[in-house]
Design a protein around this ligand. Structure first.
Ligand code: DOR
Ligand code: ZN
Length: 364
């Protein structure tokens, strides 16, 4: 299948010319690729856009050991479309019993690129996560010593905390103490959703960074209730007020090197979303770059797009920048509403809409 078919086809080219933007090939620093039939169905979208992806370890069971990560990596490589050079970068799911030696060995052997810290119960498949972050100190000290980043899902888990305040409460009660305890640790605050977290990242520039999803640049919490309840827009952290969305757009497009792409594309079957208890996760992977570039265009910041998409993340992780280029075209693109997975499907973020930007050619 061609990239054009994959993304639902594009309208016939206008007779005149259209604007294009060619950038170094980008990376996705936060992606849920799942496994089995779902992996096979969603990976082509990520692989068509991104050269590398930081793969989340919240499978069932979670990816907590080197052997499991290596096997998962092989399954991802085997599921790539023909000719794809997409490189999965694996992460270790931290638990209360993670051993510092396993972390160091996997990092030195090139199995892990980073470790993921889920507060226990914070989100999908996070029940094996960390119950007391202070007790993780030996693991975090080791990571600090070897230069391995920790990727944090920053939400409080106390059910009494209002869901819209969970990120703010976590930042105060857990993130600031963590940053004080581990001054040399590289920390990625994943899927930033508030203006205050943006400020926190900026205040710890160089050792803390933030990923920003496409959906949090487009929707606010009112979108979740637009005309009725919208299960396909429900994710964690949940979208916040409009002022936060605007702060995220500013942060992403400002040229600030501490922010970069992390789509948090998190596919769930339609039946798991349109359910009595809807799973958290937005499948943003099929429209990610088209959405990000649209936001940069709307903000008059296309000059900063390459750094956000293809430089800031690699620099923070200490990885080489990609060779090769990807071209984006300001040419309308009609997006497929859903992607088939076996007998079911997954609803695409912005599916069915006409987007102003399309993916163009990948070179090298
Ligand atoms: O909405 C979410 N979905 N947030 C997460 O942190 C996990 C993800 C998933 O795995 O579905
Ligand atoms: Zn995620």
């Amino acid at each position: 299948m061609s990239v054009t078919e994959l993304f639902g086809g594009t309208q016939a080219r206008a007779a005149g010319s259209f604007e294009t933007l060619t950038i170094r090939r980008p990376d996705d620093w936060h992606v849920h690729l799942r496994d089995g039939a779902m992996l096979k169905a969603v990976l082509p979208f990520t692989a068509a856009q991104f050269r590398r992806g930081i793969v989340m370890p919240n499978l069932v069971p979670p990816v907590t050991g080197i052997a499991a990560a290596s096997a998962y990596r092989e399954r991802i490589l085997a599921a790539r479309p023909e000719g794809s050079d997409f490189t999965p970068l694996m992460t270790c799911y931290l638990t209360d019993i993670t051993a510092p030696d396993e972390i160091e060995r996997g990092f030195r052997d090139g199995v892990w690129a980073a470790a993921k810290l889920y507060p226990a119960g914070a989100t999908t498949n996070a029940h094996y996560g960390v119950t007391d972050i202070a007790k993780l100190a030996p693991v975090l000290e080791r990571m600090e010593r070897i230069g391995m980043p920790v990727l944090v899902h920053g939400e409080a888990t106390d059910p009494a905390v209002d869901i819209f305040d969970r990120e703010a409460v976590f930042m105060e009660q857990e993130m600031l103490p963590l940053l004080r305890r581990h001054q040399g640790l590289k920390v990625v605050i994943e899927h930033v959703t508030t203006a205050e977290t943006v400020d926190l990242v900026r205040a710890h520039a160089g050792r803390a960074a933030g990923t920003i999803t496409p959906h949090h640049l487009i929707i606010n919490r009112t979108s979740l209730f637009q005309g009725g309840l919208r299960p396909h827009l429900y994710c964690l952290p949940v979208a916040k007020r409009e002022r936060h969305r605007l702060a995220l757009r500013k942060a992403a497009t400002s040229g600030d090197g501490n922010f970069f792409i992390g789509t948090d594309t998190a596919p769930h079957l339609r039946s798991a979303k349109q359910a009595e208890c809807c799973s958290a996760g937005v499948f943003g992977g099929a429209t990610a770059l088209q959405t990000y570039v649209q936001v940069f265009d709307e903000e008059g910041a296309l000059a900063h797009f390459e750094a956000f998409a293809a430089e800031n993340g690699a620099r923070f992780y200490g990885l080489p920048l990609n060779e090769g280029t990807l071209t984006l075209e300001k040419r309308p693109c009609r997006v497929s509403p859903a992607v088939a997975v076996g007998d079911e499907d997954v609803v695409v973020f912005r599916g069915g809409e006409e987007l102003p930007w399309s993916l163009g050619e990948v070179r090298g």
